[in-house]
Design a protein around this ligand. Sequence first.
Ligand SMILES: [Zn+2]
Length: 161
Amino acid sequence: MWEVPYNLIWTYDSSVSQPKIKLQGNEINITLNNTKFKLDKVFAAKWTRVLKLIIYDRLALRVQEINALTVKQPIEKIALKNNFSKWGSCSGQKLSFSLMLFFCSSAQIDYVIVHELCHLVHKNHSTSFWKLLGSFIPKYREIDQSLKFKSYKIGALLKFE
Ligand SMILES: [Zn+2]
């Protein structure tokens, strides 16, 4: 889904007081002031902002497209969160998605979107919920499994202090 390849460019500059991240076209420029890089909360907040810039519009558009093809429910809000414990959530008519989707394939992203959209109809993981989901994505079990494994790997990789 994020067809445009983004290049990560790392630079070292001792004159900057804090690590910087800047999005320029298809480049994510990361400037570090220290060779001992620490993935701390300040850096995580900046990283979150850049990822949101890249992802939000396309994700929101995809949610609306899929909604029109599936459950056709009113959506009040679509949010993106730096959440490492779940891929998405649904509360009332508000949908929330994890920035971890940046690391996912189109099939996985579509699955997460359909999953949360089905929660607009069924607020639980009942048989009716899975039946509705399965009517749109027959192979949902396979994708669900691949996502469980993926979140575990990303979680292990990105542990912010
Ligand atoms: Zn669910």
